[in-house]
Write a protein that binds this ligand. Structure first.
Ligand code: ATP
Length: 357
């Protein structure tokens, strides 16, 4: 039993009737950590979060919060607070009443509840909005009230269900820093569901990638980026997504031929099995465009998109090889260019199992 573990899931399963939504989930969340659950729509992120909250009952395995088995414990006894994408504010109550609602349910004296709510409001910049109704607030302000409502309860664990998806892009970037700073300040444990891998990578200490109810891989954000265990994780973590090109390793396993025009060869950072069909993974930001250089292959430029700071190039026969350049280049659609890559940055995957090789 580890004192330091806030949440521990062992062999957790969830069936909705005949549908197996979570399959043998094993997850240990240390006290004070920020864990992100990511994965495509329908992979089970919300089901897992709602199961921790007690809003769904699990159908197998053991779930512990602070060393106590909570499988059958009702939500209100779990000492967790959930922040929803929809904010779930009471529309007929002012901000102050939304903030004090849970305290009043716990019979906290009115003056004390107000004081606690005012303190929380001050920490998250709501102090001037206490007398407004939710309809009189912007999306970002409503999101703050939803967070304030969770904070005021001083829970052991915060559970966030895609809390920023209704905000515009720049506010999202701002709020993700704010949520992370708040987490650090409160010393709480946070579990955060998002389908946005950038949010997961930038906010969390530990990222859990779910696929069809199974944990495909979990680890520190940069470990997942550097050492994806499967093609699925490799394609999900990193933006733009990793390029995948079919290939075949050579007779001594030290290089790979790409299934592109002219079958160019790339050296590998470490040897692989010889004469094996593989999928070659090359991150867009690891490809450089050099007229001379080592370990390169030629492609035709099909699309050029520049945001000013960054240039995205779509190359190859179907423009499906993406290259990210952080500087401006004098290239045009139709040019034939050389793409070079460090051998250590070449990933290989099994074409059948999709496992990293
Ligand atoms: P999204 O990003 O779209 O919200 P998610 O990863 O959070 O997806 P969940 O909401 O956890 O996915 O759903 C996981 C799977 O379980 C989905 O296939 C969904 O259809 C199914 N599911 C969820 N709730 C129920 C339910 N009450 N009854 C039956 N199936 C359900």
């Amino acid at each position: 039993m580890t004192q330091n573990l806030q949440i521990e899931l062992t062999g957790v399963d969830k069936h909705y009737g005949g549908f197996h939504a979570l399959k043998d989930i094993n997850l240990s969340i240390p006290n004070g950590s920020f864990v992100a659950l990511v994965g495509p729509s329908g992979c089970g992120k919300s089901t897992l979060l709602r199961s921790i909250a007690g809003l769904e009952s699990i159908t197998g395995g053991v779930m512990k919060i602070t060393d106590e088995v909570v499988n059958d414990m009702p939500p209100r006894r779990r000492d967790v607070a959930m922040v929803f994408q929809s904010y779930a504010l009471y529309p007929h109550m002012k901000v102050i009443d939304n903030l004090t609602y849970s305290l009043r349910l716990k019979k906290t004296p009115k003056a004390q509840a107000r004081k606690m709510a005012e303190e929380v409001a001050a920490t998250i910049g709501l102090e001037t909005l206490l007398d407004r109704y939710p309809r009189e607030l912007s999306g970002g302000q409503r999101q703050r009230v939803a967070m304030g409502r969770a904070i005021v309860r001083r829970p052991k664990v915060f559970l966030f269900d895609e809390p920023l998806s209704n905000l515009d892009a720049s506010l999202r970037v701002h709020m993700r820093k704010e949520i992370r700073a708040l987490h650090d300040r409160l010393g709480a444990t946070s579990v955060y569901v998002t389908h946005d891998q950038i949010e997961a990578m930038t906010m969390a200490d530990h990222v859990v990638v779910l696929r069809a109810g199974v944990i495909e891989q979990q680890g520190a954000p940069l470990d997942l980026y550097d050492r994806p265990a499967s093609k699925f994780v490799a394609g999900f973590i990193g933006s733009p997504a990793m390029n995948f090109i079919p290939g075949r390793t050579n007779g001594d396993g030290t290089s790979v031929d790409l299934a592109l025009d002219g079958q160019p060869t790339l050296r590998l950072g470490r040897p692989a099995a010889a004469n094996q069909d593989v999928i070659v993974g090359l991150r867009p930001e690891h490809l450089s465009m050099a007229s001379t250089g080592d370990n390169n292959f030629a492609v035709r430029v099909g699309v050029i998109e520049s945001t000013g700071s960054t240039t995205y190039v779509g190359a190859g026969d179907r423009n499906d090889i993406t290259v990210v350049l952080s500087d401006r280049r004098n290239i045009s659609v139709g040019d034939r260019v050389q793409l070079a890559i460090d051998p250590d940055k070449v990933h290989l995957f099994d074409p059948i199992t999709e496992a990293a090789l």
